[in-house]
Ligand binder design. Structure first.
Ligand code: PLP
Length: 397
């Protein structure tokens, strides 16, 4: 037998990879369930609804009609045309062109490929902290310099604009924003977007605008930074089907960017996944062109759940929670109880039976917070709130 020393086989670069903690917490929660415990799952960021029937039907019909062969790496023309049209119309600007669209198996891989196409070692990427972990993980893998700018709870989790202004410079290549935001649910106001756009133009910076939660908005209208003067040509919009259409497991996302960059991002697709499953792409056409009512219905329910969980969290002694305007996350502040959010999250899982994420999984600015995904039934939200309240009475750091 040949002994393999796994660690010796790995290249040095893998030590720079981050990870999404939600998947690890989910695995532990499932293990506890297998041991007979009941766990309320508020850790994973996915709608608990089923994919709407007309989208499922389109996928099934596509398989039956043998849409089961390779496609161009950027995606089928029909889907790219539908995306180009939808993405412009939804944002209130002229449609995009199919050559600006790259389809991918979820938004996550296209984020990786965009950053890989843009960042050389030492290049600077500025991003909001806390953040979806994929941006910094990829930048660090590429040996780029990832520079966090804090989001402020006092501003409903909008950026600290003074710090942003001091941080951005002609050395910055890419700024990543995400609105509505994971993990805080914060939404960037049009006034803040204008400030960000002015800075991006002044320093000639590309903006990656992760708009995957653009349909999950409960207060106000969605505004994309791409719609502001001078921004369309310097914005890369990331979007997808996972959150809006309850299609996380289908793996379908896309990004829109200047055609020249799209070509290179497509080259990464060509070198890795080749193309997205053909019948999944057909289902995507049905999602964007079909009945929108199920999406609106899901959002009405998310809205009510948001109100329920925020009120419930604020009713727990020493916990405070701002009202998130979008996505499906509450990001309450537990710092009066402890700043060791990872310890607290672990305690709530192991002793309280509630799976949530420590805010510091998302960066330094998340210290002292927990992320609760409220993509769960009212019953489970109420049960989680009750369990958290009870568990905290015995919590000792
Ligand atoms: N961007 C953000 C901010 C997210 O929260 C997620 C998923 O959690 C993604 C992108 C990627 O989603 P997917 O790869 O399922 O399209």
């Amino acid at each position: 037998m040949i002994a393999t020393h796994h660690a010796d086989l790995l290249c040095e670069a893998v030590s720079r990879l981050g990870s999404e903690k939600a998947f690890e917490v989910l695995a532990r929660a499932r293990q506890l369930e297998a041991e007979g415990r009941t766990i309320v799952h508020l850790e994973v960021g996915e709608p608990d609804f089923d994919t709407p029937a007309h989208i499922k039907r389109a996928g099934i019909e596509a398989i039956e009609h043998n849409f089961s062969h390779y496609t161009p790496s950027a995606g089928i023309v029909e889907l790219r045309d539908v995306i180009a049209d939808y993405a412009g119309t939804f944002r209130g600007i002229a449609p995009f062109h199919r050559d600006e669209v790259v389809v991918s198996p979820g938004a996550k891989p296209v984020i990786w490929n965009i950053l890989s196409a843009l960042l050389d070692p030492g290049d600077e990427m500025v991003y909001a902290d806390p953040a979806y972990p994929a941006y910094a993980s990829c930048a660090s893998y590429l040996q780029a310099k990832a520079v966090p700018v804090p989001l402020l709870e006092s501003r409903n989790f909008q950026l600290d604009l003074d710090v942003l202004a001091k941080t951005l410079s002609s050395k910055t290549k890419v700024l990543v924003i995400n609105s509505p935001h994971n993990p805080t649910g914060g939404v960037l106001s049009i006034e803040d977007l204008r400030v960000i756009a002015d800075l991006a133009i002044k320093h000639d910076i590309l903006v990656i605008s992760d708009e995957i939660y653009s349909r999950n908005l409960y207060d106000g209208e969605f505004v994309s930074i791409a719609t502001l003067p001078g921004m369309r040509e310097r914005t890369i919009i990331v979007d997808g089907f996972s959150k809006a259409y309850a299609m996380t497991g289908w793996r379908l996302g896309y990004a829109i960017m200047p055609a020249r960059l799209a070509k290179t991002v497509t080259l990464f697709a060509n070198n890795t996944y080749s193309c997205v499953a053909t019948f999944v792409q057909r289902a995507g056409i049905a999602a964007l062109t079909g009945d929108d009512t199920p999406i609106q219905e899901m959002n009405e329910i998310f809205h009510k759940r948001r109100d329920r969980i925020v009120a419930g969290l604020n009713a727990i002694p020493n916990v405070s929670c701002t009202t998130p305007a979008g996505a499906f996350y509450a990001f309450p502040n537990f710092s009066k109880i402890t700043t060791d959010d990872m310890h607290l999250a672990n305690f709530l899982l192991e002793d309280g039976g509630v799976a949530a994420l420590g805010g510091s999984c998302f960066g330094k600015a998340g210290v002292g917070y927990l992320r609760f995904s409220y993509a769960a039934s009212f019953e489970n939200i109420d049960l989680a709130l009750e369990r958290v309240r009870t568990a905290l009475t015995t919590y000792r750091k």
